[in-house]
Design a binder for this molecule. Structure first.
Ligand SMILES: *Cc1c(COP(=O)(O)O)cnc(C)c1O
Length: 389
């Protein structure tokens, strides 16, 4: 019975697509212990360093002391603490919407919102490079799913032209694309959505805390507040905590509380998780230099890689994709870097399309110039060794 498992595993290894887990023994900071060895970390989504910011940690500890470690129930039964509601209101204020709802992860938020909004009679139109949680939300909804070419508004318009045979239509996009670091053209998406009476939803997992004057994400970045765009995001990346959210009109949020199954049938997030997300939002507001430092670090690293001669995709986020192509080579580059103490895992299919394996480098506000220089030197040595430069 189990024979197919060893065969599948063997094939994964043969195609350099086998994945194993790294053991991390310290916080998600520029310098941490990975697989028993001190390394410089250049692949964390803890973009602003808030996961170990003293005020954020203190808030989590204080929450455990006052409310304990678990919520003890789902939000609609016994797990709805004052804390949860406060955080939802805080997120709504941050995003400039009437209300917000928290889910246990960003993954669950996408599953919940998409499957609640559309069903068998509806159409979802999704960018080719959208995150897997959006893909899964689309599948779960049982709606007809059409994929448009990445950020290609002509292709989207073409698909929208037969939208009329469907009851409702939802257009969904990553705000910042998680493996490419580029931004969705939200103003054009909004116009097309208006024109075809479609709902527009943006996943700001990688834009929150990074883009916009206050770090509120792509809607703020493009000045599209008050347009009724559904803003989904996570508390788990720049905000250094855990959980997902959807921000929008009161009606939308009320509807999701009643219909989003991933919200209804799961235990509410624990008090320290909620308290740390709340504290992270305060830090984001009070320490705008963190966002600026992140930007400066991204510029420095990007320019450094370009000067060395690597193929890097242009970025306005904290993500720098260094394109390798072949998954075996991408893996070899990642291994060579790890041997020099720089940690950047290779991203391979099915996470990215065939032939576009890459190193997904991310910067943190807490990286120093020395960290960056050390990593660039390692990239140069590894690149030369592998014939990439
Ligand atoms: C990480 C991510 C998610 C999932 O969020 P989690 O909180 O990690 O579950 C959703 N969408 C995008 C674009 C992401 O990058």
């Amino acid at each position: 019975m189990i024979d197919f498992l060893s065969e599948e595993l063997r094939l994964m290894k043969e195609h350099h697509l086998y994945r194993s887990l790294y053991l991390i023994d310290g916080p998600s900071e520029p310098k941490t212990i990975i697989n028993g060895r001190e390394m410089l970390l250049f692949s964390s989504n803890n973009y602003l360093g808030l996961a170990s910011h003293p005020r954020v940690k203190a808030a989590a500890i204080a929450a455990v002391k006052r409310w304990g470690t678990g919520s003890g129930g789902s939000r609609l039964t016994t797990g709805n603490f004052n804390l949860h509601r406060q955080l939802e209101k805080r997120i709504a204020r941050f995003k400039g919407t009437e209300d917000a709802i928290i889910f246990n992860t960003g993954y669950m938020a996408n599953l919940g919102v998409i499957s609640a909004l559309v069903g068998r009679e509806d159409l979802v139109i999704s960018d080719q490079l959208n995150h897997a949680s959006i893909v899964d939300g689309c599948r779960l909804s049982r709606a007809t799913v059409r994929i448009y070419r990445h950020n290609d508004m002509l292709d989207l318009a073409r698909i929208l032209s037969d939208r009329t045979s469907f009851r409702r239509c939802l257009i969904v996009t990553d705000g910042v694309f998680s493996m490419d670091g580029d931004i969705a053209p939200l103003p054009q998406l909004f116009e097309l959505a208006q024109e075809h009476q479609a709902i527009l939803m943006v996943d700001d997992a990688h834009a929150t805390g990074v883009l916009g004057d206050r770090g509120a994400g792509t809607v703020e970045y493009f000045g599209l507040e008050k347009r009724g765009i559904i803003q989904m995001g996570t508390l788990s990346k720049a905000l250094g905590s855990e959980g997902g959210y959807v921000a929008g009109t009161s009606n939308l949020i009320d509807f999701l509380r009643n219909r989003a199954r991933s919200f209804i049938y799961s235990t509410a997030l624990s008090p320290p998780v909620i308290a740390s997300a709340m504290a992270a939002l305060e830090v984001l507001e009070n320490e705008p230099h963190l966002k600026e430092q992140l930007k400066a670090n991204v510029r420095l690293f990007y320019q450094g890689l370009k000067d060395l001669g690597f193929e890097v995709l242009p970025t306005q986020s904290a993500i720098i994709p260094l394109m390798v192509g072949d998954s075996c080579k991408a893996l070899a580059l990642s291994t060579a870097l790890a041997e020099m103490g720089v940690f950047v895992p290779a991203i391979r299919p099915p996470t990215v399309p065939e032939g576009t394996s890459r190193l997904r480098i991310t910067l943190m506000a807490t990286h120093t110039r020395d960290h960056i220089q050390f990593a660039l030197d390692a990239f140069q040595k590894a690149g030369k060794k592998l014939g990439l430069l």
